[in-house]
Design a protein around this ligand. Structure first.
Ligand SMILES: [Zn+2]
Ligand SMILES: [Zn+2]
Length: 270
């Protein structure tokens, strides 16, 4: 026999479910970064203040890799390369980033990476268009390629976050989007934080173009979410150039600057 209070618990449970549903309709979700209520309807779950707080990369930067060089005057910065580029560290011709990897921009990138918020990928593509327009013909390309994840990692996650940025960017540029041209043949080590040396070692020779890929004499725009040491963009660029690409330019949403690449890092490793 049912306990006398059983029906009441059932009704209360049902009412609770109705209340939850009503709450979720009448109280819109907050900003995913600062939790402030979102005042405007947008597919990007980040408030305007957080979006406005993204810190853009300064104009004073290394001409080749885009590393901010804030201690130089604009005239000096136009002529000076960072230590890594003086050592010709990278295989790419140029790299640029929209912003500095810090604060709300870091959190937005992590949201895209772990939660597949595709409208955020489109927003980042818009910001990268601004960078391309500023740089003029120096970032001109024939096709757009995302930095790939290893097949096992992509299967586990269900998507490649670099692709969520590169695909809408290619559409805006009216360029072919080549998601399977480049592949990661060796996975990233499982260890959470890698030292600078480990980063370079973990990506060296870890990428290859797919047999039969048409990259001959093409200028490639290589897209990723973050440039940290530049090791990944460098390894991807090497693979593309070995397959006959004419040039590679790297474009990322953010650039990590608190982790500067020591000069001759590659020399020390080889
Ligand atoms: Zn916010
Ligand atoms: Zn540089």
């Amino acid at each position: 026999m049912q306990a006398p209070g059983g029906w009441r618990r059932g009704v209360l449970g049902w009412m609770g479910a109705v209340c939850d549903a009503v709450t979720s309709v009448f109280f819109p979700a907050g900003c995913r970064i600062c939790e402030q209520l979102l005042s405007t309807a947008s597919r990007v779950p980040i408030c305007q203040e957080c979006l406005d707080s993204f810190q853009k990369t300064p104009q004073r930067r290394c001409e080749t890799c885009g590393l901010p060089l804030p201690t130089l005057s604009p005239a000096e910065a136009a002529q000076v390369l960072c230590p890594a580029c003086q050592e010709k560290t990278y295989a790419f011709e140029k790299a640029r980033a929209y912003g500095i990897y810090s604060g709300a921009l870091t959190q937005a990138i992590l949201l895209l990476k772990w939660e597949r918020i595709e409208p955020l990928g489109a927003l980042f593509a818009e910001r990268l268009m601004e960078v391309i327009q500023q740089e003029g013909s120096t970032l001109a390309a024939d096709l757009v390629v995302p930095v790939p994840l290893h097949r096992a990692r992509e299967r586990e996650r269900g998507y490649n976050q670099a692709g969520l940025i590169a695909k809408p960017l290619a559409r805006k540029l009216s360029l072919p989007y080549k998601a399977v041209l480049l592949m990661r043949t060796r996975p990233r080590p499982n260890k959470q934080a890698l030292s600078i040396k480990e980063r370079w070692e973990s990506v060296r020779g870890a990428f290859a173009t797919r047999p039969g890929s048409q990259v001959d004499n093409k200028r490639v725009l290589l897209v990723d979410d973050v440039m940290t040491t530049g090791a990944t963009l460098d390894a991807c660029s090497s693979a593309l150039l070995e397959s006959g690409a004419k040039s590679v330019v790297g474009l990322t949403v953010a650039r990590a600057v608190e982790n500067p690449l020591p000069a001759k890092v590659r020399g020390k490793l080889s």
